[in-house]
Ligand binder design. Sequence first.
Ligand code: ADP
Length: 412
Amino acid sequence: MAQRVLLLTTPSSYRLPAFLEAGERLGIELLVAEDMPAALAGRAGLRIGLDFADEAGATRTLLTVAAEAPLAAVIAVDDSGSLLAARVSAALGLPHNRPEAAEAARDKYRMRQLFAQAGVPSPAFRLCSTDDDLAALATRIAYPCVVKPLRLNGSRGVIRADGPEGFVAAARRIARLLDRLEGPGPHQFLAEAFIPGFEVALEGLIDRGRLQVLALFDKPDPLDGPFFEETIYVTPSRLPPEVQQAIGEVAARAATAVGLERGPLHAELRVNEAGPWMVELAGRTIGGLCSRTLRFGTDASLEELILRQATGLPVESLSAAGSAGGVMMIPIPGPGVLRAVHGVAEARAVPGIESVEITAPLHYPLVPLPEGDAYLGFIFARGERPEQVEAALRASHDLLAFELMPEIPVLS
Ligand code: ADP
């Protein structure tokens, strides 16, 4: 009989389709639990809607589901499900990350504390609150600094400040964003030292506490703020082998410090003359549709490797399949309502381009960082060498034109 795996995700997840495809290829039956308000909760066949915030209730529901037919694994597709996955796995006696580790991988303050305790190179930090005397606090901070909410992702609310005025403005902006998302404050946030350097992203798989690096991406566009919009990722990395080795070692120490013991690892690091520094890690795969750039062994996807590991199937070859791959997360050109995207056919026709996908819906407002949380779209490229992939992505993006209309303010 087919093995059964429970995936925990959100209705808007970019990552789910790749897991569903991988499940199909491997003949694994996938149950999908989606995080939604209790009022919308329910079940239709293999799809279950439930409120992850009600942890005890959600755990009970999922244990009832597990009692119908045994589950081989519970996997959090997105950050939102990581704690619930740990709890349900623990209750079912399945191998899993400890709930405290899953929690620490989502909480930037806890993560910074654990990195510091373990001596993992990471920025100095200070926990702040939006109801602190911000002007007074601003005089005690070293600049440049980066201020950020504790539990958002995709660079949402992450702002560089170069002096006290910038700090106060950034803290107020975070307060407004969190008021809108979570209700009235006060809200905690972090102020940390800005780490100069260039940035890389690492994808790995952890097995019994040991990290296997699956891919290292270079991010060739500088990420120096004031906001940190991701653009191009290209793998394999063009960094010298010893630098890549050092990056893998710091990521492994960071994962150990947080307590991640199995499953996927996505890590972001910055590198400068002092070596690699941890910015952030998560016990899940890379964001957006970016995992599509990766192919392993005989054409397996990253999600296939994760499902294989979770169900005890042999993880065929972990080595990346030959060619270079890359993705551009298409930058949001500005605020406004997206009316039209021109040049998609031409952008697709650039040699080396595999696909151009506009994921933002037409006639809806585009919200740039630091408030926004959705991508405009993705361009995927493949080639023999990373520099060809990067050039193809840039050439393809140059052919796209975005028609925006200013948003008409709602009269109240
Ligand atoms: P998120 O989880 O929302 O992506 P991160 O903490 O990873 O938030 O920050 C997003 C991006 O902001 C990072 O990838 C990096 O480019 C930049 N960044 C964050 N913290 C720092 C820092 N201390 N120094 C330099 N850049 C930073």
